[in-house]
Design a protein. Structure first.
Length: 270
């Protein structure tokens, strides 16, 4: 009797350790880059951009990924092109893509996020409607709803992470079989990113020349590279996971281990 109780107690402590570590890693991965993407071309020499035009993805936004010494010197001198996120947007516009949504990394000094798109209001004949108060054409916001949704996910990501953390805590501190579901939801953390990343890439690659861009009229809709290397026009593209993604995978593994140990302990005690 005493031996069975001790084994159950040890099993309970074991799943709590796994679950507790998973929650710690869950918090950690929020602050780390999850994925990085880079574009390389002869017009961006490795002496200035050793990693190419590189951006980094976090759960809360998209960030500049250029960190080389010469890049920092160029940034300090105020020359254009030092911020790879700005440069990436310029390249995307060149082939007809919308600007990248930046989430919580957006410039707070701007009235609207950089990815917003405006058009002018027109009458039935297609002529611009002029605002008599300003004498200028009336502008209307034609930003696609998907971009607003994508941006909103990143902006509200802290609250989503709090919910995932609370679900994990319920799983860890209540010895009930019914709350195993509470561990599965946060366990899928890395796959939430992958799903939205793939959907986002597909959307961007299939919505070209919708806002006055697209200097390369020959470029057709395409699926950007999700993992590995690819080619778009004269650019070599690279897309790979970063440290935060592997920590997110550790969250998945730890929660799954915790679930298995807890299920076993509940069966034994039952």
């Amino acid at each position: 009797m005493t031996a069975d109780f001790s084994l159950n107690f040890i099993a309970m402590k074991k799943y709590q350790i796994y679950g507790g570590l998973a929650i710690i890693f869950l918090v950690l991965t929020y602050f780390l880059p999850i994925w990085w993407v880079a574009l390389q071309s002869h017009q961006y020499p490795k002496s200035m951009y050793p990693d190419g035009i590189r951006i980094e993805f976090k759960y809360n936004g998209v960030y500049n990924g250029c960190e080389g010494q010469k890049e920092r010197e160029e940034l300090a001198s105020g020359q254009a092109g030092a911020d790879c996120l700005v440069e990436m947007n310029a390249i995307n516009h060149f082939i007809g893509m919308y600007r990248i949504t930046q989430g919580r990394n957006r410039d707070k000094s701007l009235t609207y996020p950089v990815y917003y798109v405006f058009d002018t209001k027109k009458d039935a004949s297609g002529n611009e409607i002029i605002d008599p108060a300003t004498g200028s054409a009336i502008k209307i916001n034609v930003t696609p709803k998907f971009l607003k949704f994508l941006d909103g996910l990143m902006i509200y990501s802290p609250y989503l992470f709090v919910i995932l953390g609370l679900l994990g805590l319920v799983f860890v501190f209540t010895p009930k079989k019914v709350n195993l579901f509470f561990a599965i939801v946060p366990a899928l953390l890395p796959f939430y990113f992958l799903i939205m990343y793939i959907i986002g890439l597909y959307w961007y690659g299939h919505h070209l020349a919708l806002h006055g861009g697209g200097a390369f009229e020959g470029i057709k809709e395409f699926m950007p590279t999700v993992f590995g290397e690819g080619k778009v026009a004269q650019f070599t593209t690279m897309s790979y996971p970063y440290a935060g993604f592997f920590i997110a995978l550790a969250v998945f593994v730890l929660f799954i281990l915790a679930i298995l140990v807890k299920r076993k302990s509940l069966r034994t005690s039952g």
